[in-house]
Write a protein that binds this ligand. Sequence first.
Ligand SMILES: *Cc1c(COP(=O)(O)O)cnc(C)c1O
Length: 230
Amino acid sequence: MSIKENIQKINKDIAKFADDAQRPSGDVKLIAVTKLHSPEEINEAIRCGVTDIGENKVQEIQEKYDKVNQVNWHLIGHLQRNKVKYIIEKVYMIHSVDSFKLAEEINKRAEQHQITMKILIQVNAEGEESKFGINPGELDELISEIQENCKNIEICGLMGIAPFYDNPEDARPCFRTVKQLFDKYKDDDRERVNFTTLSMGMSGDFPQAIKEGSTHVRIGTAIFGVRDYR
Ligand SMILES: *Cc1c(COP(=O)(O)O)cnc(C)c1O
């Protein structure tokens, strides 16, 4: 199937699963994950209505940025502090903040450019060793630290990645945990704490993520096909 047909199908699926969960389909936004795909493929996706794309590596954003048409870039992968300066003016939102030190660096660069950077805090709900993200127990403190000290950051919500399961239904408890954390801050009225975005769900498990309350799904393979990691 073509990129166009895949996007049409995903949009239909998103609407359907949102409807199943008694949510308006406009509640769930598609972020097309474009890592390892070419600027041509990305521009085709944009022609098909994609407004937001996700990349997991700073270098790929740098390489593709000038070749891709107007779109919101989301950094969804681990970010090293020394690379923040390369993307600060390029990205719309950073999904993978998991330490105060990283937030401080983002804040410093945002201040230099007189912008406010939107971020999500990545939560490692299952406490998996191999994964990035903070433990749920550390969330309160990190949000307060960032809120108090980083005036050029807006905390827009949380990001979660479920472990891989053969049966994606098994990912639901993980999504539910992140959603419960998200709900704790939904009515938080501190300045620059503005929980609108719950980034959960990928090609294999986005139906489950939507049923558990995700507002932004990050989908690569189901749009562009299997990535070639050569
Ligand atoms: C690659 C990636 C995705 C998309 O995964 P697919 O299975 O291809 O849909 C989503 N989120 C993150 C953080 C990723 O790195």
